[in-house]
Design a protein around this ligand. Sequence first.
Ligand code: ATP
Ligand code: MG
Length: 228
Amino acid sequence: MDYLLTVTGLNAWYGGAHILFDVSLSVGRGEVVALIGRNGAGKSTTLKSIMGLVDKKQGEIQFLGQRINHLATYKIARLGLGYVPEDRRIFAALNVEENLLTGQQAPRYWEDGQPVAQWTPEKLFELFPNLATMRQRPGTKMSGGEQQMLSVARTLMGNPYLVLLDEPSEGVAPIIVDQLKAMVLQLKAQGVGVLLSEQNLDFVLSVADRAYILEKGEVKYSDSIAAL
Ligand code: ATP
Ligand code: MG
């Protein structure tokens, strides 16, 4: 497997609180990997650590063969690692289409010269028809679930090689969960990697290839979804 992301022996702290203990994981090209576990198990902290958003960390994090341990968050994002945090990031003053365009990046290419899937507002509107009907609507006039969809869509506008999704299905209607599943499967088909923190096991079983079970900041189990 041609790994996009490898995390080895990751430990992380918030202030003096030691939260993650020797977490190791990997995500390959076109692979969907789920992090599952109870509230407080360390799923979000694992994603935050990868993005350089914890107070302190130790261990090795490689993205596309490059060490990213000490890079600032915006530099990691610029390398083509998309991140949708738990708290949604949209611009309240901008409308849906403008929000999408703020995420736009230059085309990216895989090592073999093939282009990484290029996203446009039109392609995203096909995946999320609700967004298409509100393209002129400002962020202030969107529901939590709609903002959630927009936050995911805006991250794809960066044409990422790999996306970290923190609880994408949280607080959204079942029909939107289905659209999110279709999106993840489309990313997978394009060779994009997905690392997903997700409590919704139906979502995980529908899209993931492998899962890591976290408990109190440690990986307790990891295997293919077929084996679970
Ligand atoms: P959930 O399913 O509720 O989203 P999670 O698995 O994502 O849970 P994390 O958010 O990674 O869990 O939290 C792991 C641990 O770190 C928890 O014990 C939590 O209380 C603690 N924690 C999270 N954020 C902070 C912070 N900013 N400062 C101190 N402790 C924190
Ligand atoms: Mg979380």
